[in-house]
Ligand binder design. Structure first.
Ligand SMILES: NC(=O)c1ccc[n+]([C@@H]2O[C@H](COP(=O)([O-])OP(=O)(O)OC[C@H]3O[C@@H](n4cnc5c(N)ncnc54)[C@H](O)[C@@H]3O)[C@@H](O)[C@H]2O)c1
Length: 319
């Protein structure tokens, strides 16, 4: 069978590190590269192959493609994704899918009309540790979910545009992860004395409670600590690479990241390779993305409620 033919829109920083090098590995072929800045597209095409474009419409009108990956930024993701789906092709965008709920709803409407695959690159949904967490949460051993806490840190953001916004660009990963693991949130109370610091309390529709602490004041030291508790069992996950599962105070599963062999750093721990694999397999009819437009809508609703709670200093209920 011939390899699925993929085009990538955006030849910037993240795609250069995490998307272009992973296409061949996912079993697909890069045939076109599009960026408004021609030199950037040429550089990627030199490295990984493909014809160079500076205009998405022209690329869609010219190339015979099986799918398109867009890694540009949230203002363009819904616009580009709609064009690709209207051209009759599956599309994958980087996160966030959009800047606003309205833009996301427009994207979802186009997806429903065209019946094309839309997948957002919420990498944590595809990372090994969180897939395991989801399986554990859904198991009998976990029982009724009771609580979740997520601490996540990074260096300071400029917070001068949506693309440079700490909550929308960085916090969104944890917001989406919480919704992936426990389902939609019902109530939220958030405090943010300045835009690189958030503490957020949540109640989920499944009856559990949760808290986020997002810290944008740890330059050069990104850390993530997650605690998930059921009835008489729990899981701790550190930095996406190590976890422990406890049942009745006994550790029943222990996993530590191991990068001593070639298999260790394969993009399964971060989810970057797994999500591209999923898109390519979905194009071939062999996988179902777990980060559709509707999945993103639940995360965006929580994101929006956090913003409202901070702005209006009140508890916000999510309908
Ligand atoms: N999942 C992750 O871990 C992760 C990490 C970093 C960034 N990201 C996401 O990746 C996306 C891109 O980030 P980046 O750091 O690569 O940005 P970037 O600015 O380095 O690259 C964006 C590229 O898109 C091009 N571009 C802009 N508008 C275009 C258009 N209309 N058509 C074609 N090309 C266009 C720009 O010229 C630029 O080369 C963002 O949504 C960001 O949130 C995700």
């Amino acid at each position: 069978m011939s390899l699925p033919k993929i085009a990538i829109v955006g030849a910037g920083s993240l795609s250069g590190r995490q998307i272009y090098p992973r296409i061949a590995r996912a079993g697909a072929k890069l045939v076109a590269v599009c960026d408004l800045e021609k030199e950037k597209a040429e550089e990627r095409a030199d490295q990984y192959g493909g014809k160079v474009y500076t205009d998405l419409d022209q690329m869609l009108a010219t190339e015979e493609l099986d799918g398109v990956i867009i890694c540009v930024g949230p203002s363009f993701h819904p616009i580009g994704a709609a064009k690709v789906m209207q051209a009759g092709l599956p599309v994958y965008t980087e996160k966030p899918a959009a800047e606003t709920i309205d833009d996301l709803k427009t994207l979802i409407k186009v997806q429903e009309e065209t019946k094309q695959i839309y997948m957002c690159a919420f990498k944590k949904r595809y990372a090994e540790c969180y897939r395991r967490a989801k399986e554990f949460i859904d198991s009998e051993a976990f029982g009724q979910a009771s609580s979740m806490s997520i601490f996540r840190s990074f260096g300071p953001y400029l917070n001068n545009s949506p693309r440079r916004d700490f909550l929308l660009d960085y916090g969104i990963h944890s917001i989406d992860l919480a919704v992936y693991l426990f389902g939609p949130a019902a109530k939220v109370y958030a405090m943010s004395p300045e835009p690189n610091t958030y503490t957020i309390n949540l109640e989920f529709k499944n009856g559990a409670v949760g808290s986020f602490c997002f810290c944008g004041h740890r330059r050069g030291l990104m850390e993530e600590d997650i605690q998930i508790t059921g009835e008489d069992s729990w899981m701790t996950i550190n930095d996406s690479v190590s976890w422990r599962i406890y049942e009745h105070d006994k550790i029943v599963e222990f996993k530590q990241g191991n990068f001593s062999t070639a298999g260790g750093d394969g993009g399964a721990a971060t989810g970057h390779q797994n999500e591209i694999n999923c898109f390519i397999q979905a194009i071939q009819g062999n996988a179902e993305p777990v980060s559709t437009g509707h999945d993103c809508l639940e995360s965006m609703q929580l994101y929006d409620a956090i913003r409202t709670s901070v702005d209006e200093q009140r508890l916000v209920e999510i309908p």
